[in-house]
Ligand binder design. Structure first.
Ligand code: SAH
Ligand code: SF4
Ligand code: F3S
Length: 450
């Protein structure tokens, strides 16, 4: 059977989609290749969120096409995911070597489309239609953990799409409107995962706090998302639950209280803030204020004082003034995020922000990015140091990426800890004494003997 190479760009949603496609291919007898130049089929799962992400995938595809075609004239080359969705056939016009363009609602059709091209029945396929029920088609898992061995943690896709339409963001156009799977379906998938050794699940969606708003609705004062977390919490064998990405507007008291009530819900939250300025938040159409965001952080820390909080920030949105940028700097100092991903604003086609006047010069965006990035790292590093001397529980995921003789796990607040130990620790919850820190890594000793 032919071999397939898949490379993934973009967010965890895309990683999850690639994993499901790989599992569907393996189930049909395909093998997975590690080198695109030795594969029969090359799939790039693409991201459109910033221009750089698109350029990377296009560059990679032209490189692979030029090298691979001369060796294997019948190799199949395909784009999947967000850029495939937003650019469609235009990608084949640009890169005539490409055979497949598969949109975000058609991942589950990939196996069939590859078969059609390989058998010569068709030359090219562009499949970017909407498909009812497609949110429930990302279900299969490969479950190959880091460095071989079985996965202990897994992503579970709970919904697709986003209705928020932040003015800078292309996601609502690439992923479509919000559509949620049923609680039973998601619980069923989690139970299967537990039977395969998984102990931690991360519930995934572009705006998970809006999960089931239309399909399920509020019951007993609890949002559909909180109802889902409760149902997953009931599953024996799941030790830890996480989710990403939430939206600040979804942090009602029901979700804050869930952190107090549900011990498996890990005390970590990635809550994208984008800006610390109210005028900017309004122009971005974010739907909350700086004060509301700070109130959420305050309440979460009241319920779980050791909660790890990370965020996303955009610098250089059109018309960003010095005061607006300073407001973002001051928000970071006030919240003391464990980490923040700082992005340079990238104009996305057909988004409202692309039409705004006063697009900022590149140099100013670079300068603000560097300033904020340095501040965020300074705050993050000093937060890390605070852990030295404390005892933290990790779920051991496998060998350390840097040094295969050591093991690594994640704390409940989502920090990586590396320690001396063998594979018998994999999948175990282990208490570690934290002895030192590196850049965004902690080092510990098992606390079993203390
Ligand atoms: N659904 C997630 C975000 C998905 S995109 C959420 O709402 O939190 C991930 C991050 O990319 C965003 O949080 C934002 O910070 C950044 N981003 C999105 N569009 C961008 C753009 N046009 N330019 C720069 N960064 C952008
Ligand atoms: Fe994009 Fe905003 Fe939706 Fe996040 S909430 S995916 S930033 S539109
Ligand atoms: Fe990129 Fe699509 Fe994710 S645009 S960030 S891969 S939802």
């Amino acid at each position: 059977m032919p071999s397939v190479f898949i490379k993934t760009y973009g967010c965890q949603m895309n990683e999850r989609d690639s994993d499901a496609v790989a599992a569907q291919l393996v189930a049909k007898g395909y093998s997975m290749a590690n080198d695109p130049l030795k594969a029969d089929v090359v799939l790039l799962n693409t991201c459109s969120v910033r221009d750089a992400a698109e350029q990377k995938a296009i560059g990679k595809m032209s490189h692979v096409a030029s090298k691979l075609r001369s060796r294997n004239k019948n190799a199949v080359l395909g784009f999947m995911g967000c850029m495939a969705q937003s650019r469609g056939k235009e990608l084949i016009d640009k890169l005539p070597d490409v055979d497949l363009v598969i949109g975000t609602q058609k991942f589950h059709r990939t196996v069939d489309h590859i078969g059609e091209v390989l058998s010569g029945r068709v030359n090219t396929v562009v499949d970017v239609e909407e498909e009812k029920g497609s949110e429930a088609t990302i279900r299969e898992h490969l479950l190959d953990g880091a460095s071989g061995g079985k996965s202990v943690t897994s992503f579970v896709s709970i919904m697709q799409g986003c209705n928020q339409f932040c003015t800078f963001c292309i996601v609502p156009y690439t992923r479509g409107r919000e559509r949620s799977r049923s609680i039973e379906d998601i619980v069923g998938e989690c139970e299967d995962l537990v039977n395969h050794g998984v102990r931690e699940v991360t519930l995934l969606g572009q705006i998970v706090t809006s999960y089931g708003r239309r399909e399920i609705g509020v019951k007993d004062g609890k949002s559909a998302f909180v109802q889902l977390i409760e149902a997953v919490h009931e599953i024996d064998g799941i030790d830890r639950i996480r989710f990403t990405s939430p939206h600040p507007k979804g942090y009602g008291d029901d979700l804050v209280q869930a952190y107090g009530r549900l011990p498996k819900l890990c005390e970590s939250a990635h809550i994208p803030v984008q800006s610390g300025s109210n005028t900017m938040l309004k122009r971005m159409h974010r739907g909350y204020t700086r004060e509301r965001f700070l109130d959420i952080i305050f309440k979460l820390r009241e319920v779980r004082p050791d909660i790890g909080i990370t965020t996303d920030i955009i610098v250089g949105f059109p018309g960003e003034t010095e005061e607006e940028f300073e407001a973002t700097m001051s928000l970071c100092r006030e919240v003391e995020f464990d980490n923040a991903f700082v992005f340079k604003y990238s104009t996305r086609r057909n988004t409202p922000a692309a039409e705004l006047e006063k697009q900022l010069p590149k140099e100013l965006i670079e300068e603000r990015h560097a300033t904020l990035f340095a501040e965020v790292n300074r705050i993050g590093a000093s937060n890390y140091k605070k852990h030295i001397g404390s005892k933290m529980q990790v779920l051991v995921e496998g060998p350390s990426r840097r040094n295969k003789d050591r093991m690594q796990g994640r704390t409940r607040c989502n920090r990586i800890v590396v320690f001396d130990g063998g594979d018998r620790f994999r999948g175990q919850l282990v208490d570690l004494n934290i002895i030192r820190t590196g850049l965004f890594t902690l080092y510990g000793d098992p606390a079993i003997l203390t």
